[in-house]
Design a protein around this ligand. Structure first.
Ligand code: SF4
Length: 124
């Protein structure tokens, strides 16, 4: 296991931390906790990191409560792109982007389960 090999599989070794997660763990909650850490630790220099990460947390919290809006998952996926490598001054934002992108790619159904189901007359 090394940085290049993991990168070939579309992931990132990051700081080398390995977290073992129960299959009963909500991935949306796990990711919200992780993104909250990144948002709190942002130094605020770059707009996508300073403003994008708190927005990411807000969207994930709504999905956690089952109050997400249609389109929230696409916004989160766009955030993952906007925070990607080369778009910010340091690797902090890409470090937040990779798990976001990866979680949506591998656990999209869990995100979709957090979107509020509106009654037909509530749909605009
Ligand atoms: S990407 Fe790095 S430099 Fe930019 S706001 Fe985030 S922590 Fe600061």
């Amino acid at each position: 296991m090394d940085f290049d090999t993991i990168g070939q599989y579309g992931s990132r070794l990051g700081t080398g931390l390995i977290a073992v997660v129960s299959e009963r763990q909500s991935i949306v909650s796990l990711l919200r906790n992780l993104e909250q850490f990144f948002a709190r630790e942002s130094c605020g220099w770059c707009t996508p990191c300073r403003d994008g990460l708190p927005w990411t947390v807000k969207l994930l919290q709504a999905l956690e409560r089952g109050e997400g809006k249609p389109g929230d998952i696409d916004i989160l996926a766009q955030h993952a792109q906007d925070l990607g490598p080369g778009l910010t001054f340091c690797a902090h934002a890409p470090g937040a982007a990779m798990p976001l992108e990866s979680a949506i790619r591998h656990f999209r159904a869990e995100f979709e389960a957090g979107v509020a189901h509106l009654a037909p007359d509530e749909v605009s």
